[in-house]
Ligand binder design. Sequence first.
Ligand code: WT7
Length: 635
Amino acid sequence: MKAIHNLNEYLQQVEEAKVNPDQYWGDIARDLEWFKPWNKVLSGDFSDLNIKWFEGATTNMSTNCLDRHLKTRAHQTALIYVPNDPKQEPVRFTYLDLHQQVCRMASIFTNLGIKKGDVICFYMGMVPELMIGILAATRIGAIHSVVFGGFSAQSLTGRIQDCQAKLLVTNDGGYRGDKIIGLKQVCDEALKDCPSIKKVIVHRRTKNNINMVEDRDFWLHDLVPTATTVFPATPMNAEDPLFILYTSGSTGKPKGLMHTTGGYMVYAYHTFRNVFQLDGHTEGKDIFWCTADIGWITGHTYLTYGPLLNGNTTVMYEGLPVYPDPGRFWHIIDQLKVTHFYTAPTAIRALQAMDISFVKKYKLDSLKVLGTVGEPINEEAWDWYHQNIGQSRCPIVDTWWQTETGGIMISPLAHVTECIPAHATYPLPGISPILVDHTGKEITEVEAEGNLCIKHPWPGIARTVWGDHDRYCKTYFGTYPGKYFTGDGARRDAKGNYRITGRVDDVINVSGHRLGTAEIEDALNTHPDIVESAVIGYPHNIKGQGIYAFCICPRTQLAPEELRKELIAAVTKVIGPIAKPDLIQFVTGLPKTRSGKIMRRILRKVGEGDVSNLGDTSTLLNPEVVDEIVKGRLC
Ligand code: WT7
């Protein structure tokens, strides 16, 4: 076992991974169960972009998450499920329970005709059946594609069409505080245009009235009696697709990033254990809670796969941080004696804004390690989290990574390396971040600022964009050939610590949700009164970034308030409520270069409320609109 327990071991592994990466990753991979060993650890590089890890090996994700533990920890809790309603007791699943349920679900999928290589789409609330479902998919070699339950019918349609999913698994409804979200209803709408979906499984959760289509829709509970609880896992090649997950980029439709079986599995296993440092030896002692939804990569890697691969106990919470009141997170930590808590800066800021009595009511002594993910954390939020939640004794691991990277790339290792407020600090062993200047040249001075790239492949890197390898090559390797470009800017201090400064492309991060400004503009432009629009992110106290839209609508008959409402409805319809603009300013023109490109730099300055120095605007095609925009600004 190649774990890291102290600084020496960390430094030693950094060296080992540098000198002989194949041996390093091979040693880690050997902790896991393989039906057949690999011929080669890494093949391909960032020039040929045909990267393969553990080629020739066969394995299965669900075997490694479940079967592998049955000899030693069958009766240990694998999952603690916390329902939305605080009056409902948490539900515990042992490794044995989870194994049985996953086998049964695998049998149900198979009975419905799903085979290795087929895509199963999940559009669900946070219920155990979602975790069981994705594990069951991996057991039979089906590829899962989870779509976050906050996306609209149109978004769901687009994602299903793109990967040609055959089966859709959903809930009748999902709880959001005291509201019910009609998930099945959204599916019905989405499926009007999805001929690839032949069957729908509906898990009953909220008991709201729904429509069931004969021969297409099946209640999960009706399928259970014909299913078995013994179901062998299908051996998968290391490079077989494990899942597809859609994420936004600076242009075009969301991309389906494809992660593979072997490499992703090894990376999830390795990063989880080393970053969070759970005690894996004492039965059920440490309890890990990641608050992300399984619809995002964090919910894949650190709510599901990382903890289960390591035989730990993971918590899944169905509801909102503020339901029934803003003390819910702290209540759950106290109630379950959570030891490791991993959440997003946006949630911390939202809860920080509430009365401190919501925190003080609960005992947080069980906590040992805190973590953050998804966006830069400001120092005030870091301090508040450290003092009030971590009681000034828990390290905070600020974990930088992306949907594309599969797992954590730059982060402190709890109790091993130093935590610095608002810094992701050092890369994990085997990870080679570099900063490049605008010409693409690597900056070799230690203290520097630049665009963040990664120099060498790691096992967890997404291998392709589903159905569009060319787009994968262009998006991630086109800017700086031979290097993976993250889209983020970063600063490095004299000791080599990284601080992520945020996206340098047209991607914005709203409450930890990643959205493309172009996507939101396209949605706004579906409104017949909108001629053109430009969207930027602006600093927002709670959300990190808010959405600021500038819209040209010369011939509208609608009052501004009416039009605003309709625009918000349009975005909700096309993308989902998460992409609703916070600010909409109506303008007669957008600042453009002579070649017709929108000068977003100027709009961003307006969004920052910093209009004293807009730079040289005289070369613009239409300098006069700048004054108008500044006068009517909403920040
Ligand atoms: C983008 C990736 C990684 C899972 C959740 C988000 C930003 C992520 C941090 C951090 C500063 C961060 C980056 C990155 N980001 N973690 N610790 N500090 N920024 O995954 O939706 O793929 O978004 O989130 O800008 O590129 P994602």
